[in-house]
Ligand binder design. Sequence first.
Ligand code: HEM
Length: 483
Amino acid sequence: MIDTITEYLHILVPLGVASILAFYFLIPKRVGKDAPPIVKSTSSIPIIGTALEFGASPMNMVRRCYEQYGPVYTVPILNNRMTFLIGPEAQEPFFKLNDDVLSPQEVYSFMKPVFGPGVVYDATKKNRQVQFQSMANGLRSSRLRCYVGKIEKETVAFLKGWGNEGTIDIFDALSELTILTASRCLHGDDVRETLFREVSELYADLDHGVTPLSVFFPNAPTQAHFKRNRARKEMVKLFSKIIAARRANKGKSDGTDILSIFLDIRYKDGTLITDEEVTGLLIALLFAGQHTSCITSTWTSLFIMNNPHVLEKVMKEQSDILDDKPFGYDSVNEMKYLHDCMREALRLCPPLCLLMRHVKKDVKLTANHTTYVIPKGDTVLVSPTVSMRLDSTFPDADTFIPERYGPGREEHKQPYAYMAFGGGVHSCMGQAFGFLQVKTILSVILRQYEFKMVADKMPICDFEAMVVGPKGDCTVTYKKRTD
Ligand code: HEM
């Protein structure tokens, strides 16, 4: 309780002061004549009204401003000018421009206490390139081939505890299963089999250490931050032991996990990566892929079980493909309709609702026949949640229609329109892994069980969470298939 009050005070006091300063000193100074329009809040409270409106319902505000001001507009929040680009045309520069113009480093720097020093956005440009290249190597298709069998095995073992029928919270169950599969593929058999409980407990403390407060004050003295810092240090100790054992050839690993790539990283000047940095990279991947994947598998399964005609098509595809082919990388890749169900669940409920960059040089863009110049120093944002629900881009945008990606429609191919995985230079590195992981899990589960949602309506998106998951009743009943 005290922690919660401290969190609010930490937000509200500086928020008020910073907004007053911003209003009087920052905003009028920097804008040129082509700067985007500055939005007015619907709240009657002066100066901090926009921050309060945004805090209360961020996506409603983004949508309202789009309808009122058009595709490009600026919301003054705290001491920041937040400039939104909504719709494919306005979003183009966000995905096209490189880090020298639109940089992710400054806006995601609040993750440094989680990943540790020298990792990803805290690394030098040269070291970051090497780290990203190693991540990409670990997630390329030759590696993914080995992962399908591992994910299938984990899922089958997990389902053994379910019995013939029962009731579960599907979101909780898929969260548990996702971290088991991620640990097997990212960390390796040794970690998964001997240290999984310790790793997942420490991960939970790291995860709870990233709150809305952390974005503004990553080192505020709260209980959650203390636990986060302790957990990262413990995680480094744990992985240092594994790394030492692997280096002495005593670790149990088949060499296909991503840890085995990270521990061999050498930077361009010849230095070997430190154990702390290896651990930080593993944490970064778990952060990028854990919530996103389990949220996606939850929404996809809920949409499928709530649409009988979709379920029928999914099951037909399963039997058509698996009747004459063993389950594996190739057959999962052939499951196009399941792929489109996942893609559509992501369009309606993307786990990342806002993507951000810091503007390092003025950016000129044209949208809706108007030219804008976004001034250096702004934070620029795009919103997968709002943009992917525009009827002008995805007709009947609020309805779950996997067929929109099929032959004759292919709506995801419109430039800069489909953005659940971002796009351009920083598009998701784990996209192929995420598809494979979620599809493998759902294929195994749906072939074994029939499901029914207990509540009579779908959950809604939880915009209070850092990664947007379902809010509401996710309880389902399941029964073993007999067919
Ligand atoms: C269905 C699940 C997933 C979704 C919806 C998703 C979404 C995204 C999005 C929107 C971005 C762009 C962020 C930005 O532009 O600021 C991103 C980046 C990234 N994702 Fe994913 N992701 C998923 C799964 C994964 C998985 C499983 C991994 C790794 C195992 C992963 C690793 C990454 C990495 C490393 C980046 C940073 C790329 C860069 O900055 O260059 N993601 N993801």
